[in-house]
Design a protein around this ligand. Structure first.
Ligand SMILES: [Zn+2]
Length: 271
């Protein structure tokens, strides 16, 4: 009798724990994922993968580690509708990390995926850039982007007004059913835009064209006009501290081959 009561109590306890665990996972995985990424950065940012669960047979620890490693990939895309000329929000995606596809990873830095759990929030206001709103960046680059921004702020020669980082969207590649099909670098948190209102994206524009008065045939496509004489402290130029601070690890979109001058943009390839 005693034994069967004990078993019943154990079964009830196990059921309560299971219910609690699954409601916690379903309830707020997004915040949990972001928090884990933020707190885990210092120890794990530069490692290729998370540590494996211990395999020494200690049942309790294995169970706990499995719960911590229940990795969920969540994101929401903002896709470019070419026919309507505007971005449109798609249905949110939520799936196990094991189902992340190759096109959902940055081709040059596969540790950065489109999933929110790989992104870390940076607050420029804490780095000497008052008034600039927080943005997200892939945690692999968090320390380097943070150091670059602190260096820019310390120089006193550039005034950041707006920074855009992680923003998942299919804004590149061929058009299918009116929508672009390839994820942008911003989708992986491996690109940032600085002061888009003063550093627009120009098309049909070689580096030579751009140096001509009036920028030759260059056509402003996204963002605001680039005019260092009007806004010297907010405009990014060849000799700007912004280009210097990022050049150790990323390239500037104003200095890439071809006809695009993306003057607000910094990323692994510059594109
Ligand atoms: Zn950009």
């Amino acid at each position: 009798m005693n034994k069967s009561i004990r078993i019943s109590i154990l079964l009830v306890a196990a059921a309560v724990m299971l219910a609690f665990a699954s409601s916690a996972v379903a309830g707020d995985m997004s915040n949990a994922g972001i928090e884990a990424a933020r707190h885990g950065y210092d120890a794990q940012a530069d490692t290729r993968s998370r540590p494996e669960a211990p395999s020494d047979g200690r049942q309790d620890e294995e169970t706990t580690d499995k719960a911590d490693n229940d990795c969920i990939c969540e994101y929401r895309l903002y896709n470019w509708n070419s026919a309507r000329g505007r971005t449109e929000a798609a249905e949110p995606v939520r799936k196990p990390c094991t189902e992340v596809t190759p096109d959902e990873r940055d081709p040059l830095e596969p540790r950065c995926t489109v999933c929110r759990k790989d992104q870390v929030r940076l607050d420029p206001a804490t780095l000497g850039m008052p008034g600039v709103k927080p943005f997200m960046v892939c945690r692999v680059f968090e320390r380097r982007v943070r150091d670059a921004l602190a260096r820019i702020a310390k120089s006193g020669s550039f005034e950041a007004a707006e920074i855009v980082g992680y923003r998942p969207g299919r804004t590149r590649g061929p058009i299918k059913d009116g929508f672009r099909t390839v994820l942008s670098n911003h989708s992986f948190g491996t690109a940032i835009d600085i002061n888009p209102a003063h550093n627009g994206l120009y098309k049909n524009c070689t580096r030579t064209d751009f140096k001509k008065t009036g920028h030759g045939k260059c056509r402003l496509s996204i963002g605001g006009k680039w005019d260092p004489s009007a806004n010297p402290r907010r405009t990014i130029t060849d000799d700007s501290i912004v280009v210097k601070a990022f050049s150790d690890f990323w390239k500037w979109g104003g200095d890439i081959p071809g006809g695009t001058r993306d003057l607000m943009h910094f990323s692994i390839s510059g594109f």
